[in-house]
Design a protein around this ligand. Structure first.
Ligand code: CP
Length: 296
């Protein structure tokens, strides 16, 4: 694997290698990548950035952490020039998060291995891999599993990556959400189905994943009444615990607690939300160590 840019670009062979290595890392195996890794997060992050820092520690890589608000970014230096500079300092892998779709793809042509840590509303491949691993650990194979993903699909890179990956793996994925946030044809584009009725979708789901309302990315499609959203589309205690068969519960985080998901559900017995974070760290260590074999 030379880069990890998106689930759309990930081959079956690369996916198998990542899953295999993630399983070994989870069992305590150590893979070394003693090269500098640069983390350039132009958008805020807790889970992804901190788990990449931890993943670097796990594989023995040194971390060059660019803080855009304290870097020459504020003097107008663009990401290409920043990457050339980081490379001259010694970085062999760049992990980049940006609001600009396809920025990681552009940077991948500059001679450094690139990992997409989220590019605008486009993709978030390591989140999708973390979600797949967390789910496999809970249920085994995902083929045939009924997964309902609810919320703001329009602005969600997680939806684009995770839905695509789970569909590719044979899960029966359905997408639900307000029409403004779930455009026509969106589900089909990712190999999923549109679910027009949340209650019906929930009644047949083995897994439900809530997505964050991304107010910061909304222009005119802003959700003005969050209470109304919760009543209509929220995974509330009443709605979720009232199901005859309670499904596994996922959320990529960060969650708007009390809006798309009730806070009381986050640590419930069938919640995988913490497990998604843990598997994310292991997946990222696996990805870095696999990239390291190419750049060594
Ligand atoms: N899921 C996710 O990308 O979370 P962060 O924004 O905290 O990294």
């Amino acid at each position: 694997m030379r880069h990890l840019l998106g689930i759309a670009e990930l081959t079956e062979t690369e996916l198998s290698a990542v899953l295999d290595r993630t399983a070994k890392i989870a069992q305590g195996a150590i893979f070394s990548f003693a090269q500098p890794v640069a983390l350039a997060f132009y958008e805020p992050s807790t889970r992804t950035e901190m788990s990449f820092v931890r993943a670097c520690q796990m594989v023995g890589a040194s971390v060059l952490r660019l803080l855009p608000e304290r870097a020459s970014v504020v003097k107008g230096e663009g990401p290409e020039e920043t990457l050339h500079t980081l490379r001259a300092i010694g970085a062999r892998v760049l992990v980049v998060r940006s609001g600009e779709p396809l920025l990681p793809h552009r940077l991948s042509e500059l001679g450094v291995a690139v990992v997409n840590a989220g590019d605008g509303c486009h993709e978030h491949p390591t989140q999708a891999l973390a979600d797949l691993v967390a789910l496999q650990r809970a249920v085994g194979a995902v083929r045939g599993l009924r997964v309902l993903v609810v919320g703001d699909h329009l602005h969600s890179r997680v939806s684009r990556s995770t839905v695509r990956l789970l569909s590719q793996q044979g899960a029966k994925v359905e997408l639900a959400g307000p029409p403004d946030l779930l455009p026509e044809g969106f589900a089909e584009m990712l190999g999923a189905d549109h679910c027009p009725d949340l209650e019906q979708g929930l009644s047949r789901a083995d897994v439900v994943m809530a997505l964050r309302i991304q107010q910061e990315r909304m222009g005119q499609t802003v959700v003005a009444d969050l209470g109304a959203y919760r009543r209509q589309w929220g995974i509330t205690q009443e709605r979720y615990l009232g199901l005859r068969q309670v499904p596994w519960l996922m959320h990529p985080g960060p969650a708007n607690l009390g809006v798309e998901i009730d806070s009381e559900l986050v640590d419930g017995t069938k919640s995988l939300i913490r497990s998604q974070v843990t598997s994310g760290t292991q997946v990222r260590a696996a990805v870095l160590s696999l990239l390291g074999e190419e750049v060594a």
